[in-house]
Design a binder for this molecule. Sequence first.
Ligand code: 5GP
Ligand code: MN
Ligand code: MN
Length: 449
Amino acid sequence: MKKIRDGVYTNDYAIFFMTEEILKDLDEGVLQQAKNASQIPNVEFLGYTPDAHIGKGTSIGTIIVWDMSKAWISPTIVGVDIGCGMRLILTKSYADDIDKNLLKKMMNEIEELIPTGVGKKNKKISLSRSKYEEYLQNTEIDKDISDKMVLIHEFDLDTIPDEAYEIGKEQFATLGGGNHFIEFQKLHVIDDEVAKEWGLFEGQLVVMIHSGSRRFGAVIGDYYQKKFKDVMKSRGIATPDPQLTFLPIDNKVAKDYIKAMQSAAIYAKVNRHYMSNFIISVLDKHGIDVWVLYDVAHNIAYMERFANREKLVIRKGATRALPPDHYLIPNPRFLKTGHPVILPGSMGSSSYLMRGIEDNIISYHTVNHGAGRVLSRNKAKKTISVEEFSKALRQGQENEILINTRNLKDFLDESPQSYKDIDTVINSVITSRLAVPVAKMTPLGVIKG
Ligand code: 5GP
Ligand code: MN
Ligand code: MN
């Protein structure tokens, strides 16, 4: 590995945005997956964020860029939870003014409105087909508080497999399983000036949502993964990993995929939009004033302009972090600061709000999307005990953390020990000069998917 600058290293294949401390523990598998991804034709840039870890066919924490004129696209790299992302709701209340009983009550009320766990439907919502179809192509929704989620601006609902269409209609406004969550947090200001611009204050109660496109995106991802494989085979396109698929964007199947992917990205955003409306209705009922700060995706392909050239950028388990004055910033409010980047830690550690800076042109305006796993799901389930999990939720915490889940045994793979230390990761981001912190949040209550 050659050092480019502090926190930025390169080998023959990719750039690694991480401090030595993180780099020394980087899984060999990520290096292999970097080598594999670098073999996709015409790649202009390949980078890895400090939360990088092995994924199916490609690593979580990948940034990959092509010039639009000769771009390829990969459903493997976008990933199956297309459009998965974070949304942060702010309140006008102090966390310390909300007592435990009220918090528990609000968490229960939210869970009554938003089903959690795998494969759930939201019976509180009935969507007409026309409304549903409008949502799948609606680039206007929450336009001023979220990233633009589209790549080519062309939609075609016929590119969506029937199974995705049907199940997606039922799963709107559901959280999903695993590491998707709704979390009440207490905010601590790091940057006073930016905090003021964004409406943040010391001790503020905030609510963070992490969710994606549910089965809708998953079915689309799987469906196109298979189709890409078939086309690659018939056209004699070799891949270093049978799990890694890719095609040039002018290929018919690739074009269809991009259209379906855009709908899935919007689905994920509308899903978070609906959930935040339910959460807001509960807080409202208890006299708590609320508004949404920002919504940002971390599994997505976009078109973005760099040095007057349009590029195709895929961020997988990585977050766009536009610096101040960037032409894609959707709201004048964030022009001076860059838009908010929402970075979760784990259910038993801090999370952060950051903002992108000009120096992150080197990562194509990208930062990490969280702490990232340090233990695979299987390994976590085998090595961590309920006692250790429970202890991690109590030790060193500012507040007792309320959780909705009845049985820690069922999600040992979500224990704080399964994730990297978020402070080490944030320190790495600062050292690499990708983003700067605005606020730190500590958990109060977690509704786990
Ligand atoms: P992913 O999008 O890769 O599924 O996960 C995003 C990140 O969310 C993880 O890398 C982890 O740092 C963070 N995370 C997972 N579960 C929780 C949780 O319950 N609360 C918070 N604050 N962060 C979490
Ligand atoms: Mn997800
Ligand atoms: Mn996610």
